[in-house]
Design a protein around this ligand. Structure first.
Ligand SMILES: Cc1cc2nc3c(=O)[nH]c(=O)nc-3n(C[C@H](O)[C@H](O)[C@H](O)COP(=O)(O)OP(=O)(O)OC[C@H]3O[C@@H](n4cnc5c(N)ncnc54)[C@H](O)[C@@H]3O)c2cc1C
Length: 415
């Protein structure tokens, strides 16, 4: 029997399977759809080292009513979904207090600190070519006052060792020739990388896993059966089943039902985002542009210019509201790219697996001795994939993990 079964073939599950395999553990990866076909498919494609400041921060309470009432604003709640989302939302807001925000930044920073090295390792072993650019990222504010009002966030990043270079006037004007920087204020954040295609990255890592003898099963787990309080078998929607020895649940936003099967509840919510990929956009960027005043990101990817972001709190697997993607493109044309040739492109919705304290869950399943969780990576799953994989594999193989995992325990207080 395979020693470890991993459920979920997004960036987190694939990196976990690969890390286990590299430790000599026989591993089965189960994915119901294409590898990297969900949240991992269409994100902003960034190894976003210093993007550690949570959305819930001081001041969010004042902004929330305006956001909720504006269906085209940066954060929206689907009409009718508020009562279901409320318990999660209250926890999320309680995490916006300054001391919590500092703890959360530190918790995320401890993980992103390993991202460069851990990524280098997997890219090298899997020999993936042309997958990233060693990139700085340009943050843009419409006005310097907006940046000054956001100094709290920049101080938190600096406290974790992430510094940025401020740019304005003539110095900013020359940085990206296709971007309207008139009157704006910019910062360059260093050490980031942008991927040309995060799904290809994940698929190629998965291919490497199979080349080395790992098994990938294309099937949907419908139910985890336990005996003597530990999972012993996974059942599939086609009626088949498979015995398991050790289990890792890395099923992104869909982990909740599987966790219920083994008696575990964690406050995991899908925070949906959108993108439009515009081929032949007429805009050439040498680095990603994070439009801080608009709350979205513009990344050059294989399929063109990707304009992505926004947060929509809605049920799992909702009907997409692609108006949210269109709003981003309209804002981008109006405020950033006067030369944008087209406003149409391929649109996508994806769900960030989000905990109310923005920290992932990486650790043993409470009270179950053969199961580990790797879920809830929120806005930073691509960045943290290889690091999470190594941490989970260290726990399973009995080595001491490179990071103190206490802040990411499943049985922590989510506030
Ligand atoms: C708009 C947007 C922009 C983002 N930008 C960035 C960014 O620039 N940088 C960054 O680091 N992160 C970013 N993120 C976040 C990142 O995309 C996610 O954190 C990450 O992809 C989560 O990976 P995952 O493997 O946990 O989940 P997923 O990629 O969703 O993978 C989970 C997998 O589990 C499978 N699965 C679920 N249930 C079952 C089952 N029962 N049986 C079998 N398989 C199952 C699913 O099919 C899926 O493939 C962004 C997200 C969004 C939405």
């Amino acid at each position: 029997m395979t020693e470890v079964t991993v459920i979920g073939g997004g960036i987190i599950g694939v990196c976990t399977a690969l890390a286990l395999q590299r430790e000599g553990v026989s591993t089965l990866l189960i994915e119901r759809g294409p590898i990297g076909g969900e949240a991992t498919f269409g994100n902003c494609a960034l190894m976003a080292l210093s993007e550690i400041v949570p959305l819930a921060k001081p001041g969010v309470m004042k902004k929330l009513p305006g956001w909720i009432l504006n269906p085209e604003g940066p954060l929206a709640i689907r009409p009718g979904h508020l009562p279901t989302a409320l318990p999660w939302l209250l926890k999320f807001l309680r995490n916006a207090r300054p001391h919590r925000v500092a703890q959360i930044c530190h918790g995320l920073g401890m993980l992103t600190a390993h991202a460069q090295e851990d990524f280098d390792e997997v890219i090298e072993v899997a020999q993936i070519e042309n997958i990233w650019a060693e990139n700085e990222v340009l943050y843009l504010y419409d006005k310097k006052e907006q940046y000054l009002a956001d100094r709290f966030s920049w101080q938190l990043r600096a406290d974790e060792g992430y510094h940025a270079t401020e740019l304005e006037g003539g110095a900013l004007a020359g940085v990206e020739s296709d971007v309207d920087t008139d009157g704006k204020f910019g910062l360059i954040a260093h050490g980031w990388r942008s991927f040309t295609d995060p799904q290809r990255l994940t698929r190629e890592l998965a291919q490497h896993f199979t080349r080395l003898g790992g098994e990938i099963l294309n099937a949907e787990v419908s139910y985890i059966e336990s005996a003597a309080s530990r999972p012993k078998c996974v059942h599939f929607t086609d009626g088949a089943q498979r015995d398991i020895d050790k289990l890792v649940i890395a099923a992104g936003c869909w982990a909740g039902q599987l966790l219920k099967d083994i008696g575990i509840r964690i406050p995991l919510a899908p925070l949906h985002g959108y993108h439009t990929d515009i081929a032949d956009s007429g805009v050439s960027l040498s680095r990603p542009v994070l439009y801080a005043s608009g709350g979205f990101v513009n990344t050059p990817v294989e399929s063109g210019l990707r304009i992505a972001g926004t947060v929509e709190i809605a049920p799992l697997d909702p009907e997409p509201n692609f108006r949210r993607a269109e709003v981003l493109v309209e804002k981008a044309k109006r405020s950033l790219f006067p030369g944008l040739k087209h406003t149409h492109g391929s649109q996508w919705i994806g769900a960030r697996p989000f905990m109310p304290d923005t920290l992932p869950v990486i650790g043993p399943a409470p009270g179950v001795d053969n199961t580990w969780l790797a879920v809830g990576h929120g806005q930073l799953g691509i960045t943290m994939g290889p690091t999470t994989g190594k941490l989970v594999s260290a726990m399973i193989t009995g080595r001491s993990p490179a990071v103190d995992l206490a802040p990411y325990r499943a049985d922590r207080s989510y506030v």
